[in-house]
Design a protein around this ligand. Structure first.
Ligand SMILES: [Zn+2]
Length: 498
């Protein structure tokens, strides 16, 4: 009997050991929080966008995540969000109205919302924002600026600089006037405009503006255009020098634009580029063990459906043959090229007379997108994909996680839940701090009632932000900045006090 239990004990021990050895070991920074955070945002990237890209490329790196879930995306404006409200939720853990950049409206008063990037800065981390859109566009803007209207891009440019985000890479040169560029230099930024300059640049503060507006679509790029992967690599190489870690957001910003245009080949090319960044970042995180990677979309765009009519196969070969965005094809037709020539050259097929007529009809429309939409229509019917909208939709979007604390990001979460969890992991790691609330104290910031303001008070406040139920009396005390809500700012104010 004894021998048998010894053997089974040994076997159990071995089993436990082997289980442990399969668990990657994750490290934390000294205060217990996760060291590096990388958030990858596929703007407008629904499951349809992922699936159609997978059909063309066979396997995506996004499939390699151990933890997956869904993001609910609704904003205070309703079921269908825009990138400003979705981004605000992702960066601050609080809901807002469409169009607003990390502010919200509480009974008629516009209040600033503290962002994850700002929390990271408080923790001494380096920070970075990278995108293929203008760097002043909604998704990067929500992490380091606060304005009531996403169109205030000149003001956003100024705030991004004043926030001293270490790395700002993307398009949007047109939003940085001489004054803003001067300001950037005064703040210590190296400012670069070309691929060559990006490769060479060194320093702790880099502002890279690689297009007047958005960086061209992957399909329309020329050899000296800058891509998302090289920007992401550069950003990481600059940020990782900080021993306190870093916070980085990388956005595949034009998946959304391609989907607005119902341009399936561009959706695939932009999503593939995003997935290449996913591969790089995932490998980076796997090598290190101290980096939490979150991949998500802010909302779905286009209502992309795979399979136009029942039983029809998708022609993914036809997608591979397309060499330009529908926007560029439309531009050439508008400039006088024949529809037949343009489609033959860029879309890989000779259109029928009927298809030519359908596209030519759109030439006379007052809608500036009518022509590119008509080109897209003709292509999509041949390929067998359908878009139900030119706008955003309200369906849940993918959520993927890897690294320390990744196990939290499963099931259906709203953007705000995901942001709050990231904040918790950045500040406290996976620790669960046992807290008892002993009495009601009059000390501001003392939530636990022990007449001291310490880490525990910040922890309780964050757990309340995460949705833990408490009585009203405590909730009132937790709103340290008196703005009418419990948010990250309250947590940070207590931590600064502690
Ligand atoms: Zn959009």
């Amino acid at each position: 009997m004894k021998g048998k239990s010894l053997v089974s004990g040994l076997l159990l021990g071995l089993l436990i050991l082997s289980l442990i050895s399969f668990q990657p070991s994750f490290a934390y920074s000294p205060h217990g929080g996760v060291k590096n955070i990388i958030i990858l945002v596929g703007d407008g990237m629904g499951l349809g966008h992922v699936e159609i890209t997978k059909l063309v490329y066979g396997h995506l790196n996004m499939e390699n995540f151990p933890v997956t879930g869904f993001e609910l995306t609704d904003s205070l404006s309703g079921e269908v969000t825009d990138s400003a409200a979705a981004g605000t939720a992702i960066s601050t853990g609080a809901k807002t109205y469409n169009g607003m950049i990390s502010v919200t409206n509480i009974t008629g008063k516009i209040v600033n919302l503290t962002t994850l990037l700002e929390v990271a800065q408080e923790l001494g981390k380096s920070t970075g924002l990278v995108t293929t859109t203008r760097i002043t566009h909604a998704t990067p803007a929500v992490f380091a600026s606060h304005v009531p209207d996403r169109d205030m891009e000149g003001e956003i440019a100024k705030q991004l600089i004043m926030h001293k985000v270490n790395v700002l890479l993307g398009g949007g040169r047109e939003k940085f006037d001489e004054k803003n560029l001067e300001l950037a230099k005064k703040q210590g930024y190296k400012v670069v405009f070309t691929k060559e300059e990006l490769e060479k640049v060194e320093g702790d503060y880099v502002l890279g503006l690689f297009a007047e507006s958005h960086i061209p679509y992957v399909l329309d790029r020329k050899p000296d255009d800058v891509g998302l992967l090289e920007m992401a690599k550069k950003a990481i190489s600059i940020l990782e020098k900080n021993p306190s870690g870093f916070f980085l957001m990388v956005e595949g910003g034009r998946i959304d634009h391609a989907a607005h245009g119902n341009d399936v080949a561009s959706v695939v090319a932009e999503t593939k580029e995003f997935d290449d960044v996913v591969r790089y970042v995932l490998e980076y995180a796997k090598k290190r063990g101290d980096t939490l990677v979150i991949v998500l979309a802010d909302h779905e765009t286009g209502g992309l459906a795979i399979g136009l009519t029942y039983g029809n196969a998708i022609d993914e070969d036809a997608i591979r043959k397309i060499k330009a965005s529908t926007l560029r094809m439309a531009k050439e037709v508008k400039a006088g090229s024949s529809v037949k020539e343009v489609l033959k050259r860029y879309a890989g097929f000779v259109p029928t007379e009927e298809e030519v007529k359908y596209i030519e009809n759109a030439l006379h429309s007052t809608n500036k997108y009518a022509l590119s939409n008509a080109v897209a229509d003709v292509i999509n019917r041949r390929i067998g994909v359908g878009f139900t909208s030119y706008e955003h939709t309200g369906v849940p979007v993918p959520l993927l996680a890897y690294g320390p604390g990744a196990e939290n990001f499963r099931g259906f979460l709203h953007h705000v839940d995901t942001a709050r969890l990231v904040a918790k992991l950045m500040l406290f790691g996976r620790r669960n701090i046992p807290v008892t609330i002993s009495s009601v104290s009059s000390v501001k910031g003392d939530i636990t009632g022990d007449y001291r303001v310490d880490e525990k008070d910040a922890y309780v406040t964050l757990m309340m932000f995460l949705g833990e139920k408490v009585d009203n009396e405590i909730e009132k005390r937790v709103d340290i900045d008196n703005n009418g809500m419990v948010d990250l700012n309250d947590v940070m104010l207590i931590l600064q006090e502690a």
